[in-house]
Design a binder for this molecule. Sequence first.
Ligand code: TYD
Length: 207
Amino acid sequence: MKGIFISMEGPDGSGKTTQIKKLEEYLTNKGYDVLITREPGGTRISEAIREVILNKDFTEMDPVTEMLLYASARAQLVAEVIGPAIEAGKAVISDRFVDSSVVYQGIARGLGVETVYELNAHAIREYMPNVTFMLDLPAEEGIRRKKDQKELDRMEQESLDFHKKVAEGYRQLAALAPERIKVIDATLPIDEIYGMIKSDVKRLLID
Ligand code: TYD
């Protein structure tokens, strides 16, 4: 890949947005043209799909429908935004990427890790992140933080049990791909978290 691709993962409320802003500043200072995207979303079509996926009224949504919708939003984002940016040598930071589907749909919804990766292979093509930071947070704490911020969407309204599966699923996934996925304790102070992210990204820039 010509540019660099970083994804930020973690349960709802784990502080991804704050870290992405700091990382953006760091990479900009290093001379990179930085592009930030979020999932599901980031293109006209993907944002429209997001409205469907997160709509609180759609409580009857089947897990397979959910998996396909996330993958569709991702396919459009990769085709329209992420792929071209990486080919142009940019640094892309994505707020969530394929690991979110693997954990939420594959593990927490029970569709299976392999099934979700295989399906998503069509959406992501060769664009796998160089590094993924997983902000690890107990499920209860994530939901508490989110509730303080805004009205909860369809996924956030899921049971505590579901969110526990998500938190545990991220840990399982990180253990399967320790080279790429870096687990960071999201209860640490913001600057401490940022320090760890920065030192890992620095290595990526030197390599
Ligand atoms: P968002 O408001 O972007 O959440 P956050 O601010 O926590 O990142 O909503 C995205 C929701 O969708 C979040 O609950 C995680 C979920 N999700 C999946 O279940 N599968 C996926 O593939 C993605 C990208 C997100």
